[in-house]
Ligand binder design. Structure first.
Ligand code: IVH
Length: 690
């Protein structure tokens, strides 16, 4: 393989040599992707190359060869697994190039044309499904017993991976329903995002290489030669179709529609996604594309688009296939969740507690629906493990709620003189020594409040919406105030006068006035917000609320012994020690006293009675938009009543509170039989009415 094979930007002129180069590149990339699980370019880049070739071949059909990548499915069986010839070939789906909603219209128009439907004919019924981002699998059952599982391979011949597939809990190895004599179920093996994250955590703990994305991790697990290792890799499965099945005339099943087929698979014990829907005509397909697009980030697994299929099996039969793809189905892709970009620099940022974080500055790249310009490298160990260097080409991934990450470096593209990253020995902001304590992964600036970066961050932390909330006090303003030495400590905030503010560059009188009003307003706060706002290490919002509830007032917290602190739910030795250390420092007490003297106040009370709390010991999950309460308000109310709010539904969830546009959490609640409430129900519960 020559390096220039991987230069995707070359647009080949339609001559034999250029086409051949493009084909060879596509073959090689397909091989790396499907067979080696080690892609060099992003999926989007591959699609682009593929479409380039398709475009040339459409214009010059005389140049099409039978072995062109457009004429077959990529990938070949690895020698280590037995080869399986598929009874019916495993096909691919045509990708609608247009990522806008109109891709659905183009498909619908094509279907209507091919079925010779005139404009007066009613809408065509489709099934719309997520396009799961895993790997295709064919499961063969004979008299209800799983006898063989095979990967797609090149579509004709795949690999026999039965042993590994048997370890997937979601795949039945024995069907109890009365099923056809021969039954091949086709679907996607994939890895859930949370399973992927914990697998990578384990890999890191063991000092092993992490996986780039759930799809690669799933492919690696399926094709793991040792089934014992495969069994430790948590995989999942969704069924979406059939292969060979005993025909109706020999006692096999008869289905009218694809949807009916999927419902039957579900009844037979196969996981079928609840997101699958029947759609009438293009408008429904567009609505589906948009609604799944909105849900994409909150799903528990990666999808790379949606798939539209003609619902009637008779119509599917009429439409038939072209070489590699059925005419009755199309994939409509979402923006890619992975892209390749260049590292422009690696900067070290200083956080509120002095933590030094290396951050890769990236050439702007559109990934997972947003433009990404930087990605955290977390700490020295992580930066070393990934070995990201300035000038490198890197794969950036942004999927789900997870912040953008550099998941891999393309070593082939590295400049020979690229330098390995090392953590600075001094704080890049104040020059104090940077220390990494034993057993810790982080380096910290030892400058404390001498370090202007730490001062800025602690002021921003105190002023944020979830703490005392000073509206309009943002990063730029704090930079100015600290750099000009107008503010050194938190209480200085409340000593800010209009004149000092208005004297700052680019500050209009009106804005200065607004800040003064916002500061005044922030003085009336709550104990948990104030406590959280102090920025004590390890004291998050939840712990602050728990402490406030337990002790009732600040003086009690400041004077509590570590032992007394340990009596609070959720408070362990680290938190107790951190609190004690903080309030043992005279200057911290002084800051609190001065803030109070400046007029910062809250309602104080007596310690709470645990038993009086209607939601004590319960965990609730919020989903969707409630009619009157915001997410934060609902959370505050639940926590004030002794309950906890979790992000995901499990058997331990007491209630799921669902509003409009509720997502998969609601489905999960139904699946697990967890009680579901609306806002009114929540209010009754808070009042102790149920
Ligand atoms: S149907 C005849 N449905 O996409 C059509 N495929 O390029 C056969 N995929 O390798 C496939 N989600 O692994 C179908 N809901 C879905 C799918 C799906 C993901 C994958 C499948 C196939 C590839 C097609």
């Amino acid at each position: 393989m020559t390096p220039d094979l991987f230069t995707p930007s070359a647009v080949p002129a339609p001559d034999d040599a250029a086409i051949e180069t493009l084909r060879r590149a596509l073959h090689e990339h397909a091989h790396r992707y499907y067979v080696l699980d080690d892609p060099l370019i992003s999926d989007a880049e591959y699609d682009r190359l593929f479409q380039q070739l398709q475009a040339i071949e459409t214009e010059h059909p005389e140049l099409v060869t039978p072995d062109s990548p457009t004429q077959r499915v990529g990938g070949r069986a690895l020698d280590a697994f037995a080869s399986v010839r598929h009874a019916l070939p495993m096909l691919s789906i045509r990708t609608e190039t247009d990522t806008e909603a109109s891709g659905a219209e183009a498909f619908d128009a094509r279907v209507r044309r091919e079925l010779e439907l005139d404009t007066a004919a009613p809408p065509v019924a489709y099934v719309a499904e997520p396009k799961f981002d895993g790997l295709a699998m064919s499961l063969r059952y004979v008299r209800g017993v799983l006898v063989q599982a095979a990967t797609r391979g090149d579509g004709e011949v795949g690999e026999e991976v039965t042993q590994n597939i048997r370890t997937i809990g979601q795949i039945p190895i024995h069907l109890s329903a009365s099923v056809p004599e021969v039954l091949e179920v086709r679907g996607e093996v994939y890895m859930r995002r949370d399973d992927f994250e914990s697998l990578n955590d384990k890999q890191r703990e063991k000092g092993l290489k992490t996986f780039v994305n759930p799809r690669n991790a799933a492919a690696g697990a399926v094709r793991q030669l040792d089934p014992a290792i495969a069994a430790q890799r948590p995989l999942s499965f969704f069924a979406y179709g059939l292969g060979e099945v005993t025909p109706p005339e020999q006692g096999g099943p008869f289905f009218e529609t694809h949807f009916e087929l999927l419902q039957t698979l579900k009844a037979w014990g196969f996981p079928v996604s609840d997101l699958v829907q029947v759609a009438q005509g293009a408008p429904d397909l567009i609505a589906y594309y948009e609604s799944i697009g909105r849900k994409r980030d909150s799903l528990g697994f990666d999808i790379d688009g949606v798939v539209y299929k003609v619902n009637s099996l008779a119509l599917q039969w009429r439409m038939g296939f072209v070489t590699r793809e059925p005419r009755w189905a199309v994939a409509h892709k979402f923006p890619a969740q992975e892209q390749i970009t260049t590292v422009l620099g690696i900067e070290v940022q200083v956080g509120r507690t002095g933590k030094l974080t290396p951050v890769a500055r990236l050439a702007p790249v559109f990934v997972g629906g947003v433009t990404v310009t930087n990605a955290t490298l977390h700490n020295e160990d992580e930066a070393r493990r990934k070995d990201v260097r300035v000038g490198d080409s890197v794969v950036v991934r942004r999927a789900g709620d997870v912040i953008p990450e550099v998941v891999a470096v393309l070593p082939e593209k590295r400049q020979p003189d690229a330098q390995q990253f090392t953590m600075p020995l001094q704080c890049p902001v104040c020059g104090s020594t940077a220390v990494r304590e034993e057993g810790e992964v982080d380096h910290r600036c030892s400058g404390g409040l001498f370090c202007s970066a730490q001062r800025k961050q602690s002021i921003l932390h105190f002023a944020q919406r979830r703490a005392v909330e000073v509206e309009g006090l943002g990063e730029k303003l704090v930079d100015q105030l600290v750099d000009a030495n107008i503010i050194r400590t938190l209480p200085d905030l409340y000593r800010l006068g209009l004149t000092a503010l208005a004297s700052l560059a680019r500050m209009a009188d009106k804005s200065a006035q607004n800040i003064v009003v916002a500061l005044e307003k922030s003085k009336q706060t709550t104990l948990p917000r104030f406590l959280f706002g102090l920025g004590i290490r390890h004291i998050g919002e939840a712990t602050a609320k728990e402490l406030a509830r337990h002790f009732g007032n600040l003086d009690a917290i400041m004077d509590a012994s570590e032992e007394q602190l340990l009596a609070v739910a959720d408070v362990g030795p680290t938190v107790a020690h951190s609190l004690r250390t903080f309030f043992d420092q005279a200057h911290n007490r002084e800051v609190v006293a001065q803030l109070r003297a400046c007029g910062v106040h809250w309602e104080e009370g007596a310690p709470a009675e645990r038993a009086a709390q209607p939601l004590a010991g319960m965990t609730l999950v919020l989903t969707g938009t409630l009619p009157t309460l915001s997410r934060d308000q609902a959370k505050d109310l639940i926590e004030a009543a002794g309950g906890k709010v979790a992000g995901s539904v499990s058997k331990k969830t007491a209630y799921v509170v669902a509003g409009a546009e509720a997502g998969t959490k609601l489905d999960k609640a139904r699946e697990l039989g967890v009680a579901i409430l609306d806002e009114a129900g929540l209010k009754d519960l808070l009042d102790g009415d149920s």
